[in-house]
Ligand binder design. Structure first.
Ligand code: FPP
Length: 209
């Protein structure tokens, strides 16, 4: 298993740089997600978890929240056949009880239709708070590589437990500009790290006990 998690940040900045509404940034963000899902299996990624909507995102203006929910309700059904062609299983993590009906129905449908796919497991974090998940004992697999775009360097209540031994990769790239090559660069960065999980480097033979 090689589990990559991504905090997809910078959609709003991408849009404002172009004097576009924030939702235009989220739409481009969905395109970037499609590219990333396409590139991931070729880089050895078996599990990909993306932060699409945090439980704290409900505090954004209602127009932005509604726009994001509409985007999700459209994006998931539109991507189902591509997922089936590419062996991608899609599931959601997070609370389901506050999601609008159309999003919930789109999620139920894509989860059911892609349940047997085995090349890549895409987990979409929706109404997600890691602190809540930990309290509920509802955990995802351990994360190997955590990527955050747009220059921020914090976890923002995402996979706190699961990232205990994750390697971190931060990039200035805004999420809508993220390409397969950026994922490849992050994976190459990860492969240069020496993971020790609290132990000593492999082959270490110091003389002191
Ligand atoms: C962060 O950018 C992004 C989000 C809060 C939403 C992520 C959503 C997508 C990538 C698109 C939709 C996803 C799916 C699964 C269809 P920001 O708005 O915080 O950007 P800013 O920090 O520049 O304001």
């Amino acid at each position: 298993m090689f589990h990559v998690a991504i905090i997809m940040d910078g959609n709003g900045r991408w849009a404002s740089q172009r004097s576009l509404p924030r939702l235009a940034g989220h739409r481009e963000g969905a395109e970037a997600l499609r590219r990333t899902v396409q590139a991931a299996p070729g880089l050895g990624v078996t599990d990909l978890t993306v932060y699409a909507f945090s439980s704290d995102n409900w505090s954004r203006p209602v127009s932005e929240v509604n726009g994001l929910m509409r985007l999700l309700a459209r994006f998931l059904p539109a991507e189902t056949s591509r997922c089936l062609e590419n062996g991608v299983r899609v599931s959601a993590i997070g609370r389901r009880d506050r999601l609008p009906g159309p999003v919930l129905r789109a999620l139920d449908a894509i989860e059911f239709q892609t349940r047997a796919q085995q090349r890549l497991h895409l987990r979409v974090a929706l109404d997600y708070s890691s602190r809540d998940r930990i309290r509920a004992g509802d955990l995802a697999p351990d994360v190997d590589l955590m990527i955050r775009t747009a220059g921020e360097q914090r976890l923002s209540d995402f996979l706190l437990w699961e990232a205990a031994y994750a390697e971190f990769h931060f990039t200035q790239r805004l999420w809508p500009d993220f390409q397969g090559a950026d994922l490849a660069a992050a994976v190459a960065d990860f492969n240069r790290r020496q993971r020790r999980f609290g132990g000593l480097p492999a082959g270490y033979c110091g003389i002191h006990a």
